[in-house]
Write a protein that binds this ligand. Structure first.
Ligand SMILES: *Cc1c(COP(=O)(O)O)cnc(C)c1O
Length: 494
């Protein structure tokens, strides 16, 4: 150790590092370019330090000190990228309709307009007729009730919050209204439904956080009604069913129907909660997909509460909806956790606008998720062929059949036939990377050694950006944002 510290190599590194430009010289350069005024002093200084630290580390590891101009240029590129923030609009050409990493459901134009309109003051908790305090939870409720057939509904922050709240609120009471026994409530779940949805959302963990004790019944593949019935004890408060969402069970499998569990729940004074996950309002079978149970079907089967997400197959902003019987929804409304998990005004406005599409009957055309699902193969083929032409039929490029996926924990393994633009190249990974570094970035995927771009998930108006990125990527360089040198943009990719 002592040897290494006193080595000539170490001395060389230290001498070389002293040739690095001073922080205030770099700060002055950033200020001249207007970055201090645009971003603020502290964020610029943090990037100056990050740049210098990275250079110092490289020099101490043996690299020579680059010229000051090069370091300054790299810093300015870093600042230019930071000025764009960390969230970037991207073109989704993956063909995965509800892509959780890409922000799940893109919003309809009417939804975006409603969210923008809600940015100022509004009658969120104000009754304009009476000039008195109103209730914020009423805004989406009436539409949800009409669309699902539920007696009542309430929307919260996301699907996970809806499940947590359902279990916490119902754990405190019996459906009959009688006094529940002392001690933590027990909730019965089939072993085949103790799933992890992703992002750390595990049903057993959520149950525990709700204050309930999990009672597992049945086996991974088979659970019978009698398994559930035999597990009912004096402290049992609810039966929970969970949509498997992101995987399928096939073969020797069985589980009780929701209707049978509801009948059992009524007989034994237990709540029945159905975590439906994606929760579609429209049937999926007409598009060649497996029949996903609709929210309405689960409500009709009699569940006390059905929970589902706002930004999966509903196609709206992030939200979690609890719909069901009035007594159960009232318990949720009165629970203190609702205050912590409630929706903000902008999301509430967006949810209401998305629901309005279903009420007007224009969801298939206007809600991007449903437009993507319902697009005919011929239209997708025509769009991909149009791209191929617009790119000038590059060598090895072609349109070929492929499949799109639903994603977002909806319809696992189910696909829709599509037509993709396939781009051949020496290195598909490099080509895909260049598409990702375009402005706006284009996200595609690799299939059979080719980069494929699926028109299904490319939104109206995005084809121009996709083609510009495609041209640049095929030419070997990412097209820089207008006015910025591509080399700079590349050098700062972190
Ligand atoms: C997606 C999902 C959730 C969580 O919903 P978020 O809106 O992502 O919080 C819960 N349960 C199931 C079955 C799901 O599929």
């Amino acid at each position: 150790m002592a040897d290494a510290e006193n080595s000539p190599e170490r001395a060389r590194g230290a001498a070389e590092a002293r040739r690095l430009p001073r922080g205030d010289a770099l700060l002055a350069a950033a200020d001249r370019e207007g970055f201090v005024a645009r971003l603020g002093h502290a964020p610029v200084m943090a990037l100056v330090r990050a740049e210098l630290d990275a250079r110092r580390d490289a020099i101490l590891a043996g690299a020579p000190c680059p010229p000051a101009g090069e370091i300054e240029a790299a810093l300015l590129a870093r600042l230019a990228e930071a000025g764009g923030g960390t969230l970037h609009r991207v073109v989704n050409a993956t063909g995965v309709v509800i892509h959780t990493n890409l922000g799940r459901a893109p919003l309809s134009a009417a939804t975006v307009a409603a969210m923008a309109a809600a940015a100022g003051y509004l009658d969120l908790e104000y009754d304009l007729g009476a000039g008195a305090r109103g209730d914020r939870t009423r805004h989406a409720e009436e539409a949800l009730v009409r669309l699902t057939g539920a007696e009542a509904a309430v929307a919260v922050n996301n699907g996970a919050a809806a499940v947590l709240l359902a279990l916490a609120a119902l754990g405190e009471a019996l459906p009959s209204g009688g006094a529940p026994p002392d001690g933590p409530p027990e909730v019965i779940v089939s072993r085949g439904q103790l799933v992890e949805i992703g992002g750390g959302f595990r049903i057993p963990d959520v149950l525990r956080r709700s204050g309930a004790i999990l009672v597992e019944v049945g086996t991974t593949n088979r659970t019978y009604l009698r398994d559930v019935e035999e597990a009912i004890g004096p402290r049992t408060r609810a039966i929970l069913t969970v949509h498997r969402s992101n995987f399928r069970q096939e073969g020797f499998v069985t589980e009780p129907a929701l209707g049978a569990l509801v009948e059992l729940g009524r007989r034994r004074d237990l709540w029945v909660v159905d975590d439906l996950g994606s929760g579609t309002l429209l049937p999926t079978a007409p598009w060649g997909l497996a029949a996903e149970p609709t929210v309405g079907e689960r409500i009709r089967a009699g569940a006390d509460l059905v929970t589902f997400s706002g930004d999966k197959l509903l196609g709206g902003p992030q939200a979690g909806i609890l719909a069901g019987r009035r007594a159960a929804v009232e318990r949720v409304r009165r629970h203190p956790l609702l205050r912590a998990l409630r929706l903000d005004k902008v999301t509430l406005a967006g949810l209401a606008a998305t629901l309005a599409h279903y009420e007007r009957g224009d969801a298939l055309g206007e809600i991007p998720v449903w437009r993507a699902i319902s697009r005919p193969l011929a239209a997708l083929e025509a769009e991909a062929l149009g791209w191929l032409e617009a790119l000038g039929r590059p060598a090895g490029a072609r349109v070929r059949p492929s499949t799109s996926a639903i994603g977002g924990g909806a319809l696992p393994g189910e696909t829709l036939p599509t037509a993709v633009l396939a781009l051949a190249g020496a290195s598909p990974d490099a080509l895909l990377g260049r598409l990702r570094r375009a402005a706006p970035p284009v996200v595609g995927r690799i299939e059979d050694g080719e980069v494929v771009l699926d028109p299904r998930t490319v939104l109206p108006g995005e084809a121009g950006a996709l083609l510009a990125a495609g041209r640049g990527a095929l030419a070997g360089a990412p097209p820089g944002p207008s006015g910025a040198a591509p080399a700079q943009a590349q050098g700062t990719k972190r």
